[in-house]
Design a protein around this ligand. Structure first.
Ligand SMILES: [Fe+2]
Length: 363
């Protein structure tokens, strides 16, 4: 028996004893030298457990409708299909990335999803909706849901959804729920249990909210006590911004961020959210960033190329791609039409910790 084998056996025995006493030691977490570290932690570059992955909207919608046909809203307060990262599914059942939970939710005509609130920050990005009469109420503000609209439900804001229109509503939800779960900060309240009513009264319209902030006016109190009181970012304005810049800026991609008008920062503290336009027959630079990103193709078609992973994801409208931190990628638009993508990430978390890094390759 060689000295190395003997050493390996001794270390394996030691590891087993450490394990049984809920202990570990550096060499078992640092590298795989003796084949005993299943997942080294101190890696030279980020090696996320999450993997790059893509979901086809057609399939998500089909299964979401099966959920909705089997469960009433009384049985399941929210009827959704959560996008579960295969690299994380054995750790947390609903993790799309290490910090973010993302799903598609459906509201059938006549549906009323009762009001609740939680410390998790969330947004809705509407992908399909009737022309009118579908809305979310956020802290007493009635916000209409139309395709491409972004609606925020900042932490501890009451929110419930209703569809009084004549066709289904489908929206994507993004939440920092996994981060909040990990750090032990999840609180939740049901509006009916607190007040005796299922829904909060409607006090303001979304147009009133927009008129305050576009005039540089910040009301105090009422529903405006949340960290970002703007709440509503209609697509009509984002679209105008993207296409006016499209005429003036000749870059392959135009990125427009949603921001919090109070402090100019990200719309929710843990999530950067934006939309981008990729020009026809164009490609972004090859890049990588320390952020966990979720992309939803909104208009047109896009292709994500991941040369290091030898993977590519082709996306039609509402298909979703998740890219873990430090994944090298470029976005390509092979078509003759502009591609518009909605995306969000946990970049603010990396910046807060002082560990944000970015690499771009020219050409
Ligand atoms: Fe919620």
């Amino acid at each position: 028996m060689s000295e190395l084998v003997t050493k390996k056996e001794l270390l394996a025995k030691l590891k087993s004893e450490l394990d049984s006493n809920s202990l570990n030691t550096y060499i078992f977490s640092y590298e795989a030298k003796y084949g005993l570290a299943s997942r080294p932690i101190f890696t030279k570059t980020p090696q996320p457990m999450a993997i790059p992955y893509s979901w086809k909207y057609r399939k998500v919608k089909e299964l979401l409708n099966q959920v909705a046909s089997l469960l009433t809203l009384e049985e399941s307060e929210r009827r959704n299909a959560t996008m579960v990262n295969p690299g994380l599914k054995d750790i947390v059942s609903i993790a799309t990335t290490p910090t973010i939970y993302s799903s598609f939710q459906v509201l059938k005509p006549g549906d009323e999803a009762i009001a609740h609130r939680h410390t998790v920050d969330a947004f809705r990005f509407v992908v399909e909706a009737p022309h009118e009469k579908a809305y979310t109420v956020v802290n007493g503000v009635k916000v209409n849901m139309r395709e491409g609209d972004l609606i925020l439900t900042p932490d501890w804001a009451w929110h419930g959804h209703r569809n009084e229109g004549d066709s289904d509503v489908y929206f994507m939800t993004g939440q920092n729920a996994i981060l909040i779960y990990w750090i032990g900060a999840s609180f939740y309240e049901n509006y009916e249990e607190v007040t005796g009513s299922k829904f909060e009264p409607i006090l303001y319209t979304d147009r009133e909210i927009l008129s305050y902030f576009e005039g540089g006016l910040v009301p105090s109190g009422g529903p405006f006590t949340v960290r970002n009181p703007l709440i509503y970012y209609p697509y009509e304005r984002m679209r105008k911004a993207l296409f006016s810049l499209y005429e003036k800026v000749k870059d392959p991609q135009i990125v427009v961020d949603y921001v919090n008008p109070i402090d100019g920062g990200s719309p929710l503290p843990g999530m950067r959210i934006n939309m981008r336009l990729i020009r026809p027959k164009s490609s972004t630079r090859l890049m990588r960033r320390t952020e966990n990103s979720v992309f939803c193709t909104f208009r047109g078609e896009a292709k994500f190329e991941l040369p290091e992973q030898k993977k590519e994801f082709k996306c039609e409208p509402y298909d979703v791609v998740v890219l873990p931190s430090w994944t090298q990628y470029r976005i390509v638009n092979d078509t003759e039409e502009p591609a518009i993508l909605f995306s969000y990430s946990d970049e603010p978390v990396f910046r807060f910790l002082g560990v944000f890094r970015e690499e771009q390759k020219s050409g």
